[in-house]
Design a protein around this ligand. Structure first.
Ligand code: ATP
Length: 673
């Protein structure tokens, strides 16, 4: 795919995207998280790029939402969906759903949404989803105790590129390797020429090292799993709760993760833990052992009566012998016991094993001395032995675990992707349940729209408090109705249903059939009359629509408020004529429906939201517009009520006053006919 052919992707963004593992897959599937992993691309931008890629794929001209109010309705319904996600990923992913005029795009999302609404948004799954996030790359891994060594400058550069995690050292010869081995736990010589050499320390000759980075730096693969440990565990939980059907071996992955610490080291190996603790504590334990021995000896000396014959003392003094010889002569047993206690302390405290015990014994000499002191060389050897054994074991375990986990990487990625996608599906499922949605029929014939039992999701009331609305328009219609009868809410309902249907999503209605429109022009009620300039531009906008709006849905709320009533009616009548002439579908809400009908040069349908009566001074409204019926206005209803009341309850004793007002109401009422 030529990335630059995607709308909104320039040269720089294309370069960023090509840094991804599989940019085409990420774009094709709308994987916002993967796109946002490209350098310098935020989640919001990633969603726009994904939308661009989808439009490109479906040859979609875009711009379905042709007016501010249409865009507002889209943002509102999208907001309702996004509120029902658990993860940020799903919220961003929903941004890739947009209303499209393309059949293929609508059908693609419809297939996805039809399955999504069958999902059960079980609270346990929603809870498990809380820990799932897109996987992070392993980031910078630096290994300090192992190095690569070469004699060749070119090989040096090659090694730095192939395995950036390890230091690379230049050496002259085998002697150089030996020197390195003193500073590093492991030295890996990568030149063939070193084959067969014997150098002290952990020096390995591996000429193929650069081809097997996974073996040389298992940390690379482990860091990925370590960084993502909690996210992967959460995804495993989701799969176990809901059965994602992912092909990932959950037990094996979980077992691998349980053997891994957050910092990428191997966990849960008793021998490694023992060696690590021993290497860390060897100095401290030796110090304590010295104290143990000296306390023991001090005690023994304090309690001992040393008797020495004068000739012996003389000979000792003449020989210049120190108190040590006295110690060896008189307290040999006590010294031996003290040293033994010191050795036992080190062996016990560090839980040393046979070969190491041997080295630990050499920490304290058998020669009687006071105070007892460690042998620094012996301590150095024990320290090196323990550290090397620890490194060797840690590396072996890392290699084994990395090999075990290496094959799980793709499965793990898919597992997390599936869990995140599930969140998108569950958000759609929750929206569909809470707003009692069904999948609409989006048809190619020019039939306008037909909604049965629709409830506007934009109303603040709870679903139960909203009266279901049936409304059907084919061609052009005027919608009249009493004040606060629900005219604006009906337009909102139609707009929401049409936007959701063109997104490929379920709509809040018992049944809905919607023509596949090219675009939606929804004009909200303007606040007060417009100045001359704004009025002119509004008229121009409709002039354009009247020429090219063949496949458009036009919803307009009280356009008459833009100018004086008389002029408004003429203008609206003209616009309706043009729209009707070119095959658009339109609903114009107006209080001037009667006047407009008279001025229109064709038989325009007028529908009405009627008040069925006044109950306790409140209008009782039938929210579903009645076809071909001009709704009576609120003042008319009130006058009618007054007229009825005055005939029903006319008292005899008021001297005919109520009879006079009764005929006044009747006269007024006649004027409405
Ligand atoms: N289907 C419905 N079910 C329940 N309540 C509704 C419904 N439609 C509208 N309402 C209520 O009626 C109120 C007024 O609705 P709306 O603004 O749509 O009426 P309107 O006819 O456009 O009013 P106006 O004549 O002032 O322009 C809403 O805020 C809502 O509370």
């Amino acid at each position: 795919m030529d990335l630059e052919s995607i709308p909104g992707v320039g040269e720089k963004t294309a370069r960023s995207l090509s840094a991804l593992d599989d940019p085409e897959r990420a774009l094709r599937t709308g994987d916002v998280a993967a796109i946002a992993a490209a350098p310098g691309i935020s989640q919001g931008r990633a969603a726009r790029i994904a939308r661009g890629a989808i439009r490109h794929e479906h040859d979609d001209p875009g711009a379905f939402l042709a007016t501010d109010r249409a865009r507002e309705v889209y943002r509102s319904v999208l907001g309702l969906l996004k509120e029902r996600t658990v993860t940020d990923y799903a919220a961003q992913r929903l941004e890739t759903l947009y209303p499209s005029s393309r059949r293929s795009r609508i059908a693609e999302v419809q297939a996805f949404a039809s399955e999504a609404i069958e999902r059960n948004p079980d609270p346990e799954v929603l809870e498990a989803l809380e820990g799932v996030e897109p996987l992070r790359e392993s980031g910078d891994v630096r290994v300090r105790e192992r190095c690569l060594a070469t004699t060749d400058a070119e090989r040096y550069t090659e090694a730095k590129e192939a395995i950036p995690e390890l230091p690379v050292e230049i050496v002259e010869d085998a002697q150089g390797l030996a020197e390195l081995a003193r500073g590093y736990a492991t030295v890996i010589a990568i030149d063939e020429s070193f084959a067969g050499i014997a150098v002290e320390g952990d020096v390995r000759v591996e000429p193929n090292a650069l081809e097997n980075p996974a073996e040389i730096v298992p940390e690379r693969s482990l860091a990925f799993f370590a960084r993502n440990r909690n996210r992967l565990r959460a995804a495993i939980d989701v799969d176990r709760t809901v059965g994602l059907g992912s092909e990932c071996d959950l037990d094996a992955l979980e077992d691998g993760l349980s053997r891994l610490d957050e910092d990428g080291t191997v966990a849960g190996d008793a021998e490694l833990d023992r060696l690590t603790a021993a290497a860390d504590d060897v100095d401290a334990a030796t110090g304590t052992a010295e104290n143990v021995a000296n306390d023991h000896l001090r005690e023994a000396i304090r309690e001992q009566d040393v008797t020495i014959e004068g000739s012996d003392l003389l000979s000792l003094v003449e020989r210049g012998a120190g108190v040590d010889s006295l110690l060896s002569r008189e307290l040999a047993d006590e010294h031996a016991a003290a040293v033994e206690a010191a050795r036992d302390h080190v062996i016990d405290a560090l839980a040393l094993e046979s070969g190491e015990e041997e080295l630990a014994r050499r920490l304290f000499t058998d020669e009687p001395t006071f105070p007892v002191e460690r042998d620094e060389d012996a301590l150095g050897r024990l320290r090196t032995e323990l550290t090397t054994a620890k490194e060797r074991r840690a590396n072996r375990l890392k290699r084994e675990l990395a090999a075990d986990l290496a094959d799980r990487r793709e499965g793990a990625r898919r597992l997390v992707r599936d869990a995140l996608e599930l969140d998108v599906e569950l958000a759609i499922a929750r929206f569909a349940r809470e707003f009692e949605c069904t999948m609409p029929a989006v048809v190619d014939e020019e039939v306008g729209f037909a909604i049965d039992g629709g409830r506007s999701p934009l109303l603040d009331e709870s679903t139960e408090a909203i009266d279901p609305v049936d409304y059907e328009v084919s061609g052009v219609a005027l919608l009249s109705g009493v004040n606060s009868g629900g005219k604006t809410s009906t337009l909102d309902l139609v707009a929401s249903v049409v936007v959701l249907a063109h997104m490929g999503l379920p709509v809040p209605a018992e049944h809905a059939r919607v023509q596949r429109f090219d675009d939606l022009h929804y004009h909200a009620k303007t606040q007060g009359t417009l100045d001359a300039g704004a009025f002119e531009s509004t008229v121009r906008e409709f002039a354009e629509l009247a020429q090219s709006g063949e496949g458009s849905l036009v919803l307009v709320d009280e356009l008459e408020s833009i100018t004086e009533p008389g002029a408004s009616a003429k203008i609206i009548a003209g616009i309706l004529e043009a729209l009707s002439g070119n095959g658009a579908t339109a609903v114009f809400v107006s209080h001037l429906a009667d006047e407009i009908r008279e001025m229109a040069g064709f038989d325009v349908t007028v529908d009405g939201i009627e008040a069925v009566g006044l109950v306790d001074g409140e209008l009782e409204v039938n929210r579903s517009p009645v076809k071909n019926r001009l709704a009576r206005s609120t003042p008319e209803l009130i006058v009618e009520k007054l007229a009825e009341e005055s005939t029903e309850t006319r008292p005899q004793s008021d001297g005919g006053a109520s009879a006079r007002s009764g005929s006044f109401y009747a006269d007024l009422l006649e004027k409405f006919d």
